[in-house]
Ligand binder design. Structure first.
Ligand SMILES: *[C@@H]1O[C@H](CO)[C@@H](O)[C@H](O)[C@H]1NC(C)=O
Ligand SMILES: *[C@@H]1O[C@H](CO)[C@@H](O)[C@H](O)[C@H]1NC(C)=O
Length: 244
């Protein structure tokens, strides 16, 4: 009898587990998640915002996507001030949904950066870095476009239209406008490492996400000054992007 009860409990558990995974899969499909891993159950705590600031506000819902971006911050020399000014960035976005909440997730930005700047990697493209740190699946690309709302300005775009399960879905992108930033918190050096950011999706250009955070940044800052007439530069960086 005891054995029978155990057996019934076991098969009930199996049934519950399989219906739970079915529900998760259905949900993933609804949300178009590339990787099989469901972020809906994740709490928002995997994005560790400093508590001593109000510029970046922790959302109360789980993220739709979490990616590691590997690429370049680009700068041009402003001859008047002899300082570099940002002219955008370009990065490959690797899906982190399957390691979210695990210890690997906490170290992935630094590990990716180490690979990205390693001389041994030579001229390796950003696209291959994910595979070298255990997160090979490309969600999409991050780059800048002429602002759809402000003439002469540029805006950041996260574009999933050409990769993964969104391939061919022309609406799978978000264009963001920056609404908050903080210097990269300790132990990062904000002179070397770019700010953490909060961006809102621009209405009409926000089908993929309504809010984007850039956190856990490594690298990307230009030298403190430049000589007038110096050529544009590209500085390697890595960041985690949370899309809500
Ligand atoms: C930024 O630099 C990368 C790497 O050199 C380049 O592919 C990209 O076109 C540049 N983008 C801009 C806006 O300068
Ligand atoms: C807030 O805390 C971070 C470390 O988490 C530190 O790097 C930063 O300097 C602090 N900011 C202020 C304004 O005190």
């Amino acid at each position: 009898m005891v054995q029978l009860t155990a057996l019934v409990a076991l098969s009930l558990n199996a049934l519950l587990a399989s219906s739970a995974s079915l529900a998760a899969r259905k949900d993933s499909k609804t949300h178009g998640v590339t990787c099989g891993c469901d972020l809906k159950k994740s709490t928002t705590v995997s994005m560790h915002l400093p508590t001593n600031q109000t510029a970046l506000v922790q959302p109360t819902t789980p993220p739709r996507y979490v990616a590691i971006g590997v690429g370049y911050q680009n700068y041009t020399c402003n001859s008047a001030t002899s300082t570099f000014a940002s002219i955008g960035a370009v990065a490959t976005l690797f899906d982190l949904s399957c390691i979210e909440g695990k210890s690997d997730f906490e170290t992935i930005a630094q590990r990716s950066y180490n690979v990205w700047i390693s001389p041994a990697e030579g001229h390796a493209k950003a696209d291959v870095v994910g595979a070298k740190v255990g997160t090979p699946s490309i969600l999409g690309y991050h780059y800048f476009i002429n602002s759809p709302t402000t003439a002469g300005a540029i805006n950041a775009k996260w574009d999933f239209t050409s990769t993964g399960s969104h391939k061919g879905d022309a609406t799978a992108f978000v264009v963001g406008a920056k609404v908050g930033n903080i210097p990269a918190p300790a132990p990062a050096d904000p002179k070397v490492t770019v700010d953490w950011l909060m961006l809102n999706g621009i209405p009409g250009f926000d089908a993929l996400a309504s809010q984007v955070f850039r956190v856990d940044t490594v690298g990307g800052q230009p030298p403190a000054s430049c000589a007038a007439g110096a050529a544009p530069i590209q500085v390697k960086y890595v960041a985690k992007y949370f899309l809500y």
